[in-house]
Design a protein around this ligand. Structure first.
Ligand SMILES: Nc1ncnc2c1ncn2[C@@H]1O[C@H](COP(=O)(O)OP(=O)(O)OP(=O)(O)O)[C@@H](O)[C@H]1O
Length: 333
């Protein structure tokens, strides 16, 4: 839970408002993604919640403990996997896990048992007895998560867990995170600038930009509120102008725009409505030559909220499959 959580940095006498008054409530057992472009304030928020830096203003409680007054209690209740790798390169993964368990006060036998369990849970059986430096990026990230889970924290914070991984390793890691959440009921808060990751993994997506929460809901609700994008192509811009006018009248809830001989509508239940519009236009002698209906993406949500695309800001590496895409060449022509 946070109330007015704020963090400023001073760089060369200039104030950077990294986080500007976050009010958030995350319940036990939730899996939440902070989604936002580079520099949005995601890591700074996580660093405050994990007691690594103090807030400039506002308060936050994690697992019932205040992040400033009860730092030790917070640290005992959480696991934190930062952006760098945590495991020593020349150690074997399993040994690192046992050492970490011992550092948290487990007996040697308990630390070994715990390491075995985490190795199994995070699919590290084949590589746990290898020196860490020989592991792939994805295997290292899974080992880091295992290290963050040694003391069985109720809350796990993951800062950009899959950045730098190839799509296969990323999918695999996401599967492990999902399992951890489902099988152990661990509360997981992660940051990401991958739209697909927030979409696939998180039950709840908190979109952050310029240090502020700009949306907070399930990915599917965020998208359904925006509606589908229906694009209609015509033989001439005159036809398109007539079509735009008729479409606006027929579907007053839609946002209709025209660019030359192409008309776009942002509207709920796009497939259903588009079929009616095409039939209506054909009957008035304005045939549609091309039609496409694309389900909204989280990037569209971000674009709608900020006027900017997340992809321009470095979240661009990832191609995202559109939810529903229907292309009809020569529809109703
Ligand atoms: N230690 C620091 N000193 C000065 N400015 C900082 C510091 N840490 C973060 N910032 C600034 O605060 C803002 C938010 O940064 P933050 O790292 O929280 O963003 P982010 O959303 O996590 O981005 P990324 O996806 O790149 O990790 C940025 O403008 C950043 O330059």
């Amino acid at each position: 839970m946070t109330r007015g959580l704020t963090r400023h940095f001073t760089v060369k006498k200039q104030t950077v408002e990294a986080v500007r008054g976050l009010d958030l409530e995350v319940g036990a057992g939730e899996l939440v993604a902070f989604l936002g472009p580079n520099g949005a304030g995601k890591s700074t928020t996580l660093r405050m919640l994990t007691t690594l830096i103090a807030p400039t203003a506002g308060t936050a409680e994690v697992a019932g403990h205040d992040v400033v007054r009860d730092q030790r209690a917070v640290r005992r209740s959480i696991g934190f996997v930062g952006q760098g790798n945590g495991a020593g390169l020349q150690q074997r993964g399993r040994d690192e896990l046992v050492s970490q368990g011992r550092a948290y006060g487990l007996s040697k036998a308990d630390a070994i048992d715990r390491a075995d369990l985490l190795v199994r849970d995070l699919d590290l059986t084949e590589v746990a007895d290898r020196v860490v430096s020989t592991l792939s990026g994805g295997q290292r990230r899974r080992l880091d998560i295992a290290l963050g889970m040694v003391h069985e924290p109720g809350v796990l914070f993951l800062d950009e867990p899959s950045t730098g991984l190839d799509p296969q390793n990323r999918a695999n890691l996401q599967e492990q995170i999902r399992r951890l959440h489902e099988e152990r009921g661990t509360t997981i808060v992660l940051t990401t600038h991958y739209l697909e990751e927030a979409d696939a993994l998180a039950r709840r997506v908190i979109v952050i930009d310029h240090g502020l929460v700009i949306a907070d809901d399930t990915a599917s609700r965020l998208k359904s509120e925006l509606g589908d994008l229906v694009t209609l192509g015509f033989g001439s811009s005159d036809h398109a102008a007539v079509a735009a006018e008729r479409a606006s009248r027929r579907t007053p809830d839609a946002t209709v725009t025209r660019d030359g001989d192409v008309v776009s509508l942002r509207v709920a239940r796009g497939v259903e409505l588009a079929a009616g519009i095409v039939t209506d236009l054909a009957a008035t002698g304005v045939p549609v030559s091309r039609m496409q209906v694309v389900g909204p993406t989280l990037d569209d949500v971000f674009l709608h909220l900020t006027g900017r695309s997340l992809r321009e800001d470095g979240g661009a590496e990832q191609a995202e499959a559109t939810e529903s895409s229907t292309v009809l060449e020569g529809a109703a022509a």
